[in-house]
Design a protein around this ligand. Structure first.
Ligand SMILES: NC(=O)c1ccc[n+]([C@@H]2O[C@H](COP(=O)([O-])OP(=O)(O)OC[C@H]3O[C@@H](n4cnc5c(N)ncnc54)[C@H](O)[C@@H]3O)[C@@H](O)[C@H]2O)c1
Length: 242
C-alpha cells in the first residue's frame, strides 16, 4: 500500500499537535497548518511539512496545499481541527465576533474540504475528520457562538458524508468534552471552575487529555473503517450523551 498522507489544521499545539504526532506514528506523512510556527510538532514528526497560513483565507490555503502536493504528490486525510472557543455573555457577542467564530470553526472546514477534494478524489480514497465539541450537548450559556458553529459542523459532517461517499471518502466528527487539557482550554477553564470541577461531572472522573482522542482518530481514518461515515463520535468521558 502507498504511504498515506495527512493534513492537520491547528497543528502547533493542543489537539492538533497530538493528532499530527499520532498519524506520523501510524506511518502517515504529515503536513500541518497553523497561524504560527509549529516547532514542537516539527520536532516530533519526521519530515513534517510546516505551513503557516490562516485557514479562513482561500488564497493562503491554496498556497499551502500547493506545498503539500509538491512534497507528497497526493493527499488522503484532512483533519479540520483549528478552532477558536471564546467565552462571553451573549449580550457581549458583537456581529464581528460572531462572524469570526463562524469563519474559523465552520467556514474554514468548508474551504479546506473544497481545496483538498480534487486530490482525495484522484487518490480514490479519503478521510475527512472534523473536530467538534460535546458542548453542543451541554450548551453552556457563555458559548452561544461556539456551540452554534460546532452544531453547524456536525450538520456539515453528515451532509458531506452523503455527498462524498460515492467517491470513497468518509467524513466523520469527533466530539471531545467541553474541556480537554490544552493551552487553549486553559485560557477559559477558570470560568468553568477549573479542570477538576469539570472532571467531577463526568462518568470518568479525571481530566481529559489530548491523548484520550487519539485512538478514535486512528479508528476513523483506518483502512477498515470505510463503512463508518457521517458519524459524530462522542469521546467526552461520559459528560454528555448524544
Ligand atoms: N481543548 C478543549 O477543551 C476542546 C474541547 C472540545 C473541542 N475542542 C476543539 O478542538 C479543536 C482544538 O482545540 P485546542 O484546545 O487544541 O485549541 P488550541 O486553542 O489550543 O489550538 C488551536 C490551534 O489552532 C490554531 N488556529 C486558530 N485559528 C486559526 C486560523 N484561522 N488558521 C490557522 N490556525 C488557526 C491556533 O493558532 C492554535 O495553534 C478546536 O476546534 C476546539 O474547538 C477543544
Amino acid at each position: 500500500m502507498e504511504t498515506r498522507t495527512a493534513l492537520v489544521t491547528g497543528a502547533a499545539q493542543g489537539l492538533g499537535l497530538e493528532f499530527a504526532v499520532a498519524l506520523a506514528g501510524r506511518g502517515y506523512r504529515v503536513a500541518g497548518i497553523d497561524l504560527v510556527p509549529q516547532p514542537e510538532t516539527a520536532e516530533r514528526v519526521l519530515d513534517y511539512v510546516e505551513l503557516i497560513a490562516d485557514v479562513t483565507d482561500e488564497e493562503q490555503i491554496g498556497a499551502a496545499l500547493e506545498r503539500v502536493i509538491d512534497q507528497f504528490g497526493t493527499l488522503h486525510v484532512l483533519v479540520n481541527n483549528a478552532g477558536v472557543h471564546p467565552e462571553s455573555a451573549f449580550e457581549d457577542i458583537t456581529p464581528d465576533e460572531w462572524r469570526r467564530v463562524m469563519r474559523v470553526n465552520l467556514e474554514a472546514p468548508f474551504l479546506l474540504t473544497r481545496a483538498v477534494l480534487p486530490y482525495l478524489k484522484a487518490a480514490g480514497w479519503g478521510r475527512i475528520v472534523n473536530i467538534v465539541s460535546a458542548a453542543v450537548l451541554t450548551a453552556p450559556p457563555a458559548m452561544v457562538a461556539y456551540v452554534s458553529s460546532q452544531a453547524g459542523l456536525i450538520g456539515f459532517t453528515r451532509s458531506l458524508a452523503a455527498a462524498l461517499g460515492p467517491s470513497g471518502i468518509t467524513v466523520n466528527a469527533i466530539a471531545p468534552p467541553s474541556m480537554v487539557r490544552t493551552v487553549g482550554a486553559g485560557r477559559t477553564v477558570g470560568a468553568e471552575g477549573g479542570f477538576e470541577h469539570i472532571s467531577a461531572q463526568q462518568a470518568i472522573p479525571r481530566t481529559h487529555e489530548p491523548s484520550d482522542l487519539v485512538s478514535t482518530l486512528l479508528y476513523v481514518v483506518d483502512e477498515g473503517s470505510g463503512f463508518v461515515t457521517g458519524q459524530t463520535l462522542n469521546v467526552a468521558g461520559g459528560s454528555a450523551y448524544l
